[in-house]
Ligand binder design. Structure first.
Ligand code: ADE
Length: 241
């Protein structure tokens, strides 16, 4: 997977692309990054990329010709088809399902806004608009990073066996069950007995129940779409009583 990020502050993403699991994936050739400065596509000598909105109002708008040129060059960079994504609070809310869809692409071009955003005519050059959530960030870079992390970790080989994502919150449709490690007792709080029992079937059943309990208590909205087994449905009905 190649990630091209078009931003006024591409250097913000550099440490992410070099450290930790993403850095390792780059070194292994599993993913690659092109971090591009939108100013490089400016046509004037001040390297300006924005202008005042037609009709008046506060803030500055990033110009469509500059963004369209940056997108065209990003697409021309590699023969693989590119999915062009605009990060904006006006986009569809980002979810695990969208992450899984995007993880199957070969090239994601991520367009990060600053100021009041882009000229609306940019819509024609973008295949998807995605929001990190119902709040306004200072720019799209943090949203792009979230999208990069959520998709890259789904690619084969990016997580080692020890970091597998099969049991993640959301990939099962439920929140994760709680996990514990040493010490067995901390300030009076004990690790649940069953986890120390060595009884694998009981541990699996306990974890499944905890995942259901947690989801019911914290995110009951997820249960409507979670792919539950018959046994999980029965258990859920009991927990709701
Ligand atoms: N840019 C500013 N706020 C944003 C958000 N919530 N999601 C994606 N991009 C953004």
């Amino acid at each position: 997977m190649k990630y091209t990020v078009l931003s006024l502050f591409p250097q913000l993403l550099k440490p992410w692309a070099e450290e930790g699991l993403l850095g390792r994936a780059v070194k292994q050739g599993l993913i690659s990054f092109a971090l591009r400065d939108l100013r490089a596509y400016s046509t004037d000598r001040h390297r300006s990329v924005d202008d005042a909105p037609y009709g008046g109002g506060a803030g500055m708008i990033i110009q469509v010709d500059i963004a369209a040129k940056a997108i065209a060059e990003a697409k021309a960079d590699t023969p693989e088809p590119a999915e062009v994504i605009l990060l904006t609070p006006a986009g569809e809310p980002f979810t695990q399902q969208i992450a899984a869809e995007l993880a199957s692409k070969q090239h994601l071009v991520l367009l990060c806004g600053r100021y009041e955003g882009f000229d609306a005519r940019l819509e024609r050059y973008v295949s998807r608009e995605i929001s990190l959530g119902d709040y306004v960030l200072m720019g799209g870079e943090v949203a792009a990073l979230a999208l990069i992390e959520a998709t890259a970790r789904l690619l084969p080989g990016v997580l080692g066996d020890a970091e597998s994502h099969a049991q993640d919150s959301f990939s099962t449709g439920l929140l994760d069950y709680p996990e514990y490690t040493r010490p067995p007792v901390f300030e009076g709080a004990s690790v649940p007995e069953v986890l120390l029992s060595g009884h694998h079937a009981q541990i699996a059943a306990w974890r499944q129940e905890q995942a259901l309990r947690r989801t019911l208590a914290r995110r009951p909205d997820l249960l409507a779409h979670a792919p539950l087994s018959e046994a999980q449905r029965r258990l859920l009905a009991k927990l709701k009583d």
